[in-house]
Design a protein around this ligand. Structure first.
Ligand code: COA
Length: 381
């Protein structure tokens, strides 16, 4: 006997237990393993935060050093994967390429890597190191290839954030850029049962493998109602700028046309998204130090208007758009960069799912023609 019908979009439904991430949507609290996101953003690093997500506690300095070394050592891509990045059609977007390349990775494991089908805890952890290192590399390497630039070899002495910027730009990043990017990675690392993580858990729960789960998660992240919103936000800022329009008037018109403003609203937060608090500040600080506050100022005007008019708060995607643009990152890399971070959370959830698995298989409330409908032979229709 099926239970009560869930709300549309499973709003408010608790679908599993998890000890990874806790959110209080009314109070605007986000925590990883119980530690407040503000503390992590102010004091941690992406490596340490990822350790926390995967192993459930903060590492000792020896554990952190070992973890950091393992993640750096995993910075390798099979030549066949690089060849794939070179032959994709010119029209391919970085998100499509990333989705397909991650799927391909399971067929080109590094020597000694676990069997693709091995879903044991240790195999999953090993795959998590590889995928975290490789997703960042794929995004950077593909961007170099499509721009006709030479591929930059990974620098295993750099942090995850610094190595990504190094492989993307071919120059050693400043401390300010590295710090800002590292904080952005921490802020995006996990978010409980968001759509892509839920997709990953559903796939993992069939006892399918880590690569399949992460490929599916990337497909979900790509949508404009999820990770794709940061690209859409920047496109809006560019459109306003190109039209020489007043940001508030432009958005007012969008409301009149019943269009949604990307970067606003959230299924879980009914107050400010705590990640937006950091990204707003980061966007302003980076804009000020770069001598170009245009994108921040425009964003702030829109935010104040949307909040005043519709009581909608900016979400994680709104200020990540101006932050990444000020860091010199192309618009179609915003969502892939979300994946560069979120792989840490996805992996933690796949590990947790496989450690205590049960198939995820809900029911649908059937609203079609009433049973039994007689079958009419084709000649009689
Ligand atoms: N711009 C304008 N109106 C919005 C809005 C936005 N960004 N987000 C929500 N609303 C309005 C809806 O139009 C709806 O109004 P109505 O009740 O008068 O029809 C109401 O708020 C509820 O929105 P709904 O889309 O049903 O909420 P949801 O919980 O299903 O969706 C999001 C949550 C995030 C998908 C939604 O807020 C959205 O589409 N935001 C833009 C995309 C985005 O930024 N995504 C990234 C999320 S981190």
């Amino acid at each position: 006997m099926a239970a009560a019908v869930a709300s549309k979009g499973l709003e408010g439904i608790v679908a599993t237990t998890s000890s990874i991430c806790w959110i209080d949507g009314d109070a605007g609290v986000l925590s990883y393993r119980g530690i407040d996101i503000h503390e992590l953003a102010d004091r941690s690093t992406f490596e340490e935060t990822t350790y926390l997500l995967w192993f459930g506690k903060l590492p000792t300095s020896a554990e952190l050093a070992e973890f950091t070394a393992k993640l750096a050592a995993a910075r390798t891509l099979d030549p066949k994967v690089i060849e794939f990045l070179q032959i994709v059609p010119k029209s391919a977007t970085p998100m499509e390429v990333l989705r397909t390349a991650v799927s391909l990775l399971s067929m080109y494991p590094a020597p000694g890597d676990p069997d693709e089908k091995d879903t044991s805890h240790d195999a999953n952890v090993k795959k998590s190191f590889n995928l975290t290192a490789q997703i960042a590399m794929i995004v950077a390497v593909f961007d170099r290839i499509r721009k006709g630039k030479a591929i930059v070899e990974a620098d295993k002495t750099l942090s995850h954030a610094a190595n990504f910027l190094w492989m993307l730009n071919g120059e050693k990043p400043s401390e300010t850029a590295t710090k800002a990017f590292d904080i952005a990675l921490i802020l995006h690392a996990d978010h409980e049962l968001n759509a892509s993580t839920f997709a990953a858990r559903v796939i993992a729960a069939t006892l399918s493998d880590m690569h399949s789960a992460i490929t599916g998660a990337i497909g979900a992240l790509k949508g404009p109602l999820h990770g794709g919103a940061n690209e859409a936000t920047m496109k809006l800022l560019y459109a306003i700028d190109a039209a020489g329009a007043d940001p508030v008037e432009y958005v007012k018109q969008m409301f009149a046309e019943k269009r949604k403003i990307s970067g606003f609203g959230h299924r879980v937060y009914h107050t400010e998204d705590p990640r937006a608090t950091h990204l707003r500040k980061m966007s302003e600080d980076l804009g000020t130090s770069a001598g170009n506050r245009k994108w921040f100022d425009m964003s702030r005007q829109i935010e104040l208007f949307v909040k005043g008019e519709k009581k909608l708060n900016a979400n994680v995607d709104f200020y990540s758009a101006s932050t990444y643009t000020t860091l010199g990152i192309d618009i179609d890399l915003f969502t892939p960069i979300f994946a560069v971070s979120r792989i840490s959370g996805w992996a933690a959830h796949v590990i947790e799912q496989h450690d205590d698995n049960r198939l995820i298989r809900p029911r649908a409330d059937y609203v079609g023609p009433a049973y039994p409908v007689p079958y009419v032979p084709v000649a009689d229709r």
